[in-house]
Design a protein around this ligand. Sequence first.
Ligand code: SAM
Length: 210
Amino acid sequence: MRRIPWAAEYLTTSPSRIQIDQSWTTIWQKQEDQKLHLEIGCGKGGYSAAMAQLYPHDLFIAVEKNESAAGLAARKFDEAHLDNLRLIYGDGADLDLCFKSGEVDVLHLNFSDPWPKKRNAKRRLTAPSFLKQYKTLLSEEGQIIMKTDNSSLFEYSILEFLNAGFFLEDISVDFRREEHPEDPLTEYEAKFVENGQPIYRCIWRKHPVQ
Ligand SMILES: C[S@@+](CC[C@H](N)C(=O)[O-])C[C@H]1O[C@@H](n2cnc3c(N)ncnc32)[C@H](O)[C@@H]1O
């Protein structure tokens, strides 16, 4: 991603930003019928912004570690003026600073970097250390929804989700074959769909669906 020169300064004053070591409960008091969604690796933030608009009753926090992408997401969120949407500029590996165990209802992983080389496998957002952390953060009915264009990352992730003890709720190897107005396209996804590439999607639960 190209460097955005104003991103660093913008992030220091953006009203949408919350600090990674600031508990999200200082921003919102979640009601029982509300869901807290967390998107890790949100890029420019289009997905979380669209979801927050589509589901105004729920709460959305997007996490991005790249400064330029986070700056663009922060500006998008500020311009959207949505009370249910915030950004964390930080690393998804440090989310235990902001969330206590069981606080997250839905975790979204959209087109995560595949890190194809084996020596970089630990950086994949579905590597065992990340999945262990997600399991702690998720509520008892919590879900992880993963979308990718990358079949190798998809295969790797399925095995790792199973190894980590997650339960498969749904799977598709061509999710956009049908219309899904309930699920907005991410920035990356829009390009893949335009190119006719299939979108792989899986949903995992911490516990089997009763
Ligand atoms: C391929 S882009 C996809 C962006 C967006 N989700 C989309 O679908 O358009 C992956 C993004 O994840 C971010 N990312 C990768 N590892 C991360 C981590 N550990 N914590 C937070 N963000 C991360 C990258 O900086 C990048 O912006």
